[in-house]
Design a binder for this molecule. Structure first.
Ligand SMILES: Nc1ncnc2c1ncn2[C@@H]1O[C@H](COP(=O)(O)OP(=O)(O)OP(=O)(O)O)[C@@H](O)[C@H]1O
Ligand SMILES: [Mg+2]
Length: 340
């Protein structure tokens, strides 16, 4: 797969007012004149490649720099430095017109549709902006309206819609001009389970049918597990991981969940001793035990000992939960940073 986006050493700094608690009352009142400024580094040097036709998950804790990156990739923000090349040679700022014809954007926290007018009218506006022919527009609207199930409220003013309905309309609008790349910044934020499922299935389907490249930021790990072939994790503005979800779990997961149901205990003493070696027992009821088994220890060896102590009825080993792995990773990196 060839790269559709190539980013080299991308940086974004913001000038923010310095917080000075020791400022006198008088100076506080005239803070505009006395204010000192400092540089806040939001993105501190990111190299990124997005492959044509992939769904890439762009992850990181709050404040990591995800939205800032998306804003630079969509031409909303000027990078402080670095290089962005899209579809060969397009730059989001220098080639703005051609670029916007090829991309779609959804910000989960901000709307691209007009608040007071029916959704259909906003779509008409986009038709004009993108210069779409009537024939293309009619066909496209039909396709998107059907796929996202937005027909019942397509004539309703945007402000009257529920959050889930709004987001489905936003998505339809962002795909209206059949873009080659769509950037989604938290498209499922605040949505209920059903709305999330319908959005995920839409994204999967359109990605497959049109080979559209999708870059998505989300804090919902089910979005990632279901949609993304590859993830990039950033932390404090810099790249922390790049690769498959599977490899990510293998690298960062500390433990996996094991459940053992047993018929009877063959050897009480060895079973008791064995259980003491398991630090994270989640549940320990008669004839059943659930625990977290550390990744760095041999589960095979452990199970051999279990077989000597109890008669196993059923055994299941669960893949590490992505949510926990990500949380552990964020936690350990913030502890590392505090220690520095
Ligand atoms: N316009 C701005 N002026 C000053 N600082 C900003 C601005 N925009 C973002 N920042 C800062 O840059 C950092 C990165 O913000 P960004 O919104 O990119 O994070 P994020 O990864 O999208 O987080 P979240 O998961 O909470 O959406 C934060 O510390 C934020 O306060
Ligand atoms: Mg954000």
């Amino acid at each position: 797969m060839s790269n559709i986006i190539e980013v080299k050493d991308l940086k974004k700094e913001f000038k923010v007012p310095k917080k000075d608690k020791n400022l006198s009352k008088m100076k506080k009142r005239l803070s505009w004149f006395y204010r000192e400024w400092e540089i806040k580094k939001a993105v501190t040097g990111i190299d990124l490649e997005v492959k044509k036709g992939e769904i890439l998950g762009y992850l990181g804790p709050n404040g990591a720099g995800k939205s800032t990156t998306i804003k630079m990739l969509t031409g909303i923000l000027h990078p402080t430095s670095g290089d962005i090349k899209v579809m060969g040679n397009l730059n989001p700022i220098e080639n703005r017109n051609e670029y916007t014809q090829n991309i779609g954007v959804v910000f989960g926290q901000r709307s691209i549709l007009a608040y007071d007018i029916p959704v259909r009218d906003s779509f008409r506006l986009f038709k004009a902006i993108y210069g779409l022919t009537e024939e293309f527009y009619q066909k496209r609207v039909k396709y998107l309206v059907e796929m996202l199930g937005i027909e019942p409220f397509f004539e309703t003013p945007y402000r009257m819609l529920s959050l889930g309905e709004k987001m489905r309309c936003e998505l339809a609008a962002s795909f209206l001009h059949k873009p080659k790349i769509v950037f989604l910044d938290e498209p499922t934020i605040g949505l209920d389970a059903e709305a999330k499922i319908s959005i995920r299935s839409f994204l999967k389907k359109i990605n497959k049918e049109e080979n559209v490249t999708i870059m998505i930021t989300t804090h919902d790990m089910d979005d990632i597990e279901e949609l993304c072939q590859r993830i990039v994790v950033i932390d404090k503005g810099t790249l922390a991981y790049e690769g498959s979800v599977k490899k990510f779990k293998e690298t960062y997961a500390n433990s996996k969940d094991v459940t053992i149901h047993y018929k009877k205990i063959e050897n009480k003493d060895t079973w008791k001793k064995l259980k003491e070696t398991i630090p994270n027992r989640k549940s320990d009821i008669p004839k059943s035990i659930i625990f977290e088994f550390p990744m760095n220890k041999s589960l095979g060896k452990f199970l051999q000992d279990v077989v000597k102590s109890v008669e196993i009825h059923d055994l299941s080993i669960q893949e590490p939960n992505l949510e926990h792995v990500i949380a552990d990773m964020y936690k350990s990196s913030s502890q590392k940073n505090k220690g520095e």
